[in-house]
Design a protein around this ligand. Structure first.
Ligand SMILES: [Zn+2]
Length: 657
């Protein structure tokens, strides 16, 4: 780790921020003004700038560059060597010494900034180092006494004074800067608005940026910045943040410069659904390295989601993602590919998400590059969909549709609301309606499946006559997030301890959401109307969209034929989505060989406990494709809903059945 890199190790869910780090500072000349007295230094205030030579000060209008007032030391004056100037409260303070006389006389000469009338002279007892500059910063005076030549230059010191001119601290210069001062010494200095000290030598076209440790000692070197000046006195324009003035002695020029620093980044993960750990910010390379956060006892740690603040326009951000190293017991860490979509998702407002360009695999790292052109950037494994998102969307739908009610399935074990949309149109009795149950996110990391549920809900309340047909003949329940606690806390959910929601459909469910959903579904089964049950997921990294089914050997007709018909209808629609959502029409099986708890998988439980004509399926929607976006996922949802309508329109209506 060098001083240009900040490494922050953060715990899950904590606020993470970068600490002190080197800035990427650059200096651009704004304009140059000829001024005969631009020989030692320049000072500046709201309306004027001041060219300073050994024995003269001239005030110029900052805008018109017109020479306004000139002061010249009288012949008998002890002002021999003005070195710098700073305007404070209408007074111009200039450092003055009679160097190279020995012993030296050091003073600060004070003028009216407006008239350049000489007001007073403040003597100092230091007789060996020459007073070279004075600045006002944090309620104190700061003065440098310079020593010259290889033998003495290291005695050059910055001294801080209180308002009664009592010294309160003393600092020396780091060797790397001293080497640039030689054969001379420090010439100019001024504190930037970020508290960093910018100093010059007598010759080089450079600024040296230093940090001032609190209690004295050696100034801390940060960086050397090329600047279009030749050392000497400098001054910040307090009215134009970032504007610095300096001189080129040989050309009698005052140079106005813009000093810009790329802002320091901060990574934040203290919001709903956020997850990241092992964050390393390299301010210099503008990159963030990280791993997914997540407690592995609460599911696979493959989900990641965080925000970077402090970005500047036009800059490209490099995201370096490493697979999680978190483990449970003796198990190996989860395969990194689960955390590494070909394209990550990003947003500048946390609402509208789009995919990045394809990432590049570099050994154990996946590298994404984003140019958001905004000050903040949200990045995530996929488009996030949190309990707040669900609540907002369910309420929006209920507001615009008289047939939809935003309600709660239940409260989670941690007490969170589990948003649910309930849709029905007309007076038909509940027991005469097809029961349609749609749920997503039994596995918290599979955010795409919530967007599929969202698309389903959007279609169901739409003006489409087919949607109206369905609303009038069915009662539809949509739960976009089952495992709200793990979604809210950024945990993966899958394989959580003791088992995840999709291994919880037992006679005694562990999770409140499973218990509540199972009860509602059981009620519809009891009324002989559990028609379509859809459990929405995202599959493995290389999988297309497909359905999971139980092996036919475990089922009886008419369930098998009806299920196959539904799959055909859904495939016919989803596989035609443009832009394409790759889908396979060959379902995969989740029987006894699939998982020891296969009977407790929700779609299996509904098959085995359902009505003879219940269609119960798990739909896995591809997440690792260019169209695995909010738009693509929602398109899958609307087509799935349309398939439900088409399927049910082939069925005898209730209660004639
Ligand atoms: Zn899943």
């Amino acid at each position: 780790m060098n001083n240009r890199t900040t490494i922050v190790f953060a715990i899950i869910g904590a606020i993470i921020q970068s600490s002190l780090a080197a800035l990427d500072i650059s200096v651009q000349p704004l304009r140059r003004v000829k001024a005969a007295e631009a020989h030692q230094a320049v000072a500046v205030d709201e309306s004027s700038f001041y060219a300073i030579s050994n024995r003269a000060v001239v005030r110029y209008d900052k805008q018109t560059e017109e020479c306004l007032v000139r002061w010249e030391a009288p012949a008998h004056s002890n002002i021999k060597h003005l070195n710098s100037g700073i305007v404070v409260d209408g007074r111009l303070y200039c450092a003055n010494s009679d160097w190279p006389t020995k012993p030296l006389k050091n003073t600060v000469e004070i003028f009216s900034a407006e008239t350049l009338k000489h007001l007073e002279s403040k003597p100092f007892s230091e007789t060996q180092g020459a007073i070279n500059w004075i600045d006002r910063h944090r309620g104190a005076w700061w003065i440098v006494f310079a020593f010259y030549g290889d033998a003495e230059v290291r005695r050059t010191k910055l001294v801080r004074y209180d308002d009664d001119w009592n010294p309160t601290g003393e600092w020396t210069f780091p060797e790397s800067v001293v080497q640039r001062f030689l054969p001379n010494s420090n010439s100019g200095g001024a504190f930037g608005k970020d508290g960093r000290l910018f100093v010059t030598g007598h010759d080089h076209a450079e600024l040296y940026v230093l940090d001032v440790p609190g209690d004295g000692g050696e100034l801390k070197y940060i960086s050397t910045v090329p600047a279009p000046i030749s050392g000497q006195g400098i001054a910040w324009d307090r009215d134009e943040p970032g504007n610095l003035l300096g001189i080129v002695r040989a050309r009698h020029e005052v140079v106005f410069m813009k000093v810009s620093s790329a802002a320091e980044w901060e990574v934040t993960a203290d919001f709903e659904g956020a997850s990241v750990k092992n964050v390393e910010i390299d301010q210099q390379r503008r990159s963030v390295s990280f791993m997914p956060g997540g407690d592995p006892t609460r599911g696979w740690p493959c989900w990641w989601y965080f925000r970077i603040d402090g970005l500047t326009a036009d800059e490209e951000i490099t995201l370096r993602l490493h697979g999680s190293d978190a483990t449970v017991g003796q198990q190996k860490p989860l395969g990194a590919s689960w955390a590494m979509p070909a394209r990550a998702s990003y947003s500048i407002d946390g609402q509208t998400w789009q995919p990045t360009a394809p990432g590049e695999r570099q050994g154990e790292w996946m590298v994404y590059r984003v140019k958001p052109n905004a000050s903040s950037l949200y990045v995530a494994w996929g488009p996030p969909y949190t309990p707040q998102t669900a609540e907002k969307f369910m309420n929006e739908i209920a507001d615009r549709s008289p047939y939809a009610t935003a309600t709660e399935l239940c409260r989670s074990r941690a007490g969170r609301a589990v948003p649910m949309l309930h849709v029905r149109e007309g007076d038909r009795e509940s027991q005469d309606r097809f029961g349609v149950w749609v749920q997503a996110r039994q596995h918290a990391w599979e955010s795409g499946s919530s967007w599929v549920a969202q698309g389903f809900a959007d279609w169901i309340v739409s003006d489409n006559p087919n949607a109206a047909w369905l609303r009038q003949r069915a009662e539809i329940f949509i739960v976009p997030i089952m495992d709200v606690d793990n979604v809210a806390t950024g945990n993966g959910g899958k394989n959580a301890i003791p088992h995840d929601h999709n291994r919880d459909w037992s006679p005694k469910p562990h999770w409140n959401e499973t218990m509540a959903a199972q009860r509602r579904v059981a009620d519809m089964i009891a009324e002989n109307r559990m028609s379509v049950f859809l459990d929405l997921h995202n599959p493995a990294p290389g999988d297309p969209t497909f359905f999971y089914i139980l092996p036919a050997a475990l089922l009886q007709e008419p369930m098998i034929g009806l299920r196959d018909r539904f799959i055909d209808l859904a495939y016919a629609k989803i596989s035609k989505i443009k832009p394409m959502i790759p889908m396979s029409n060959r379902p995969k099986e989740t029987g006894s060989s699939y998982h020891p708890l296969w009977r407790q998988i929700s779609a299996n439980w509904v098959c085995m406990n359902g009505n003879p004509d219940t269609v119960s399926l798990c739909l896995e929607t591809i997440w690792n494709s260019p169209n695995s976006t909010t738009t693509g996922y929602r398109a899958v949802g609307t087509n799935l809903a349309a398939a439900v309508k088409e399927y049910l329109s082939e069925r005898p209506e209730l209660p004639q059945r």
